[in-house]
Design a protein around this ligand. Structure first.
Ligand code: NAP
Ligand code: HSE
Length: 451
């Protein structure tokens, strides 16, 4: 083992914190030989010391005073693995102000406060590392910051939430509803403490904001992300997808249009070809496809959530921190102080009339003459062209029936107005459910933004 002693403080000892402790402790000797440094978890902060843990730990290491861990002079690397944006913000800020290297898996914190936290790190000579915040165990942040450094990016498409992909996969394979599967995703350690962050698409949106920053240097407000979750996806959607060669996936898109400098960031349930690189990724796995001008497309697949995959990413940051501590200052090696030097200030969020896609619309309508004509007339008035209409045969006495239409290419503006008009019809019950259809690979349907 090396001579240099590195002390790590863990703030949070839940799903991720215990995994990090377990793997670091079990591989301490090996890592020591590889790095020439002895990495030791010196202190661990939790909310409730009396809670039973899955992983054995010396109780004297545990405290309920997480701020004292963040500012402890003996601690070199502080890992914030608690979640939330309250106390977590204070811990990360205090540790950075103390000049420490901070590792976090907290994408909500980065989305809301990434800009100021990176500035604080820069000001005080510390570093903020966040590999585990996107893609679970997939080293996608390292890929963008290091492996793809020479590239300008046109597009990043990704399945970024393991919980949702796990739920959608089991809905498709077993015909269950999302509520039935959510409990299992929680037990497996995939879901956030507040699971609405997962199923409402917010967690994936936090991650999309981080990716947009890394790729383009612009922090997007969460409100600017086109956002929908999976709570309205039902078996009719899943069956339609299957019957037509698609899969329903919650997909984040980050895309930049060069001519107009428009930036499009969305997280939506989307119909994608089952045979595409994202359509075939199932279960807790995440997949991220990145289009660079030099390299072309690269695709990264791996477990997007859970104790072990996430620990793998956190530990890679701890190892980077150790290298920074051993080999010296910010110039020592990646990551640079500012991981996204590209100036994104000139980018503007794409307007709905600039965003193009095909769409799927499902609605529940009255089973009576003239309804189809009313719907067709609304589509015509918004210049939205029908690609298909599907209605299962029902008896004459059925009051209502499900109607699914798909459209040819149109704009986000036109489909929003169309769906709004349809929802206002007396013959349509509630608000129609809409999803984009993305036929990856067909050039005309490859991009959201037109040049
Ligand atoms: P978790 O299982 O809920 O663990 C949270 C830990 O933080 C617990 O040990 C808890 O203490 C501690 N904690 C919470 N509030 C605290 C407070 N006010 N004071 C002191 N300690 C406090 O969460 P997790 O799944 O490990 O997630 C942690 C972070 O990693 C989150 O930001 C999450 O988004 C992110 N992340 C998670 C995954 C995943 O697959 N789970 C993947 C990537 C990123 P007690 O144990 O005493 O309650
Ligand atoms: N709840 C998150 C997910 C954890 O399911 O993807 C990983 O960030």
């Amino acid at each position: 083992m090396g001579d240099r002693k590195i002390s790590v403080g863990l703030c949070g000892f839940g799903i991720v914190g215990q995994g990090v402790y377990d793997h670091l402790t079990r591989k301490r000797k090996l890592l020591g030989e590889q790095l020439g440094a002895d990495i030791r978890v010196a202190r661990v902060a939790v909310r409730d010391k009396s809670k039973k843990r899955d992983v054995e730990i010396d109780p004297s290491l545990i405290t309920e005073d997480s701020l004292s861990v963040a500012t402890d002079l003996e601690i070199d690397v502080v890992c914030e693995l608690m979640g939330g944006t309250g106390l977590a913000l204070e811990i990360v800020t205090r540790a950075l102000v103390a000049g420490k290297i901070v590792v976090t898996a907290n994408k909500a914190l980065l989305c809301d406060h990434g800009k100021e936290l990176l500035a604080t790190a820069q000001e005080h000579g510390g570093h903020l590392l966040f590999e585990a915040s996107v893609g679970g165990g997939i080293p996608v942040i390292k890929a963008i910051r290091e492996g793809l450094i020479i590239n300008d990016f046109s597009r990043i498409d990704g399945i970024l939430n393991g919980t949702c992909n796990y739920i959608l996969t089991r809905m498709a394979n077993e015909g269950l509803s999302y509520q039935e599967i959510l409990g299992e995703a929680k037990l497996l350690g995939y879901a956030e403490a507040d699971e609405s962050l997962d199923v409402d698409g917010i967690d994936a949106a936090h991650k999309a904001v981080v990716l947009a920053y890394l790729a383009y240097g612009k922090w997007t407000d969460l409100e600017e992300v086109r956002l929908d979750g999976i709570t309205r996806v039902n078996q009719e959607d899943i069956r339609f997808a299957e019957d037509n060669g698609y899969a329903v996936k919650l997909i984040a898109f980050v895309e930049r249009e060069r001519q107009s400098k428009a930036l499009y960031v969305s997280v939506l349930p989307v119909l994608v070809p089952k045979s595409s690189s994202l359509g075939s990724v199932d279960g807790v796995f995440n997949a991220i496809s990145i289009h660079g001008d030099v390299v072309g497309e690269t695709v990264y697949i791996g477990r997007g959530a859970g104790r072990h995959a996430t620990s793998s990413a956190v530990i890679s940051d701890i190892v980077d921190a150790v290298k920074l501590l051993i080999f010296g200052g910010p110039e020592g090696r990646f990551p640079f102080l500012d991981p996204a030097p590209k100036n994104g200030s000139e980018l503007e969020i794409a307007r709905p009339e600039e965003v193009h896609s095909r769409y799927y619309v499902r609605m529940r309508v009255d089973n009576r003459p003239g309804v189809m004509a009313e719907i067709a007339s609304i589509l015509a008035s918004r210049e939205v062209s029908l690609a298909s209409v599907t209605q299962k045969e029902v008896g004459e006495d059925a009051e209502r029936v499900s109607l699914i239409i798909t459209t040819h290419m149109t704009t986000e503006k036109a489909i929003k107005e169309t769906v709004n008009d349809l929802g206002n019809l007396d013959s349509v019950q509630g608000s129609p459910m809409t999803m984009p259809i993305r036929n990856f690979g067909e050039k005309s349907e490859d991009a959201w933004l037109e040049s």
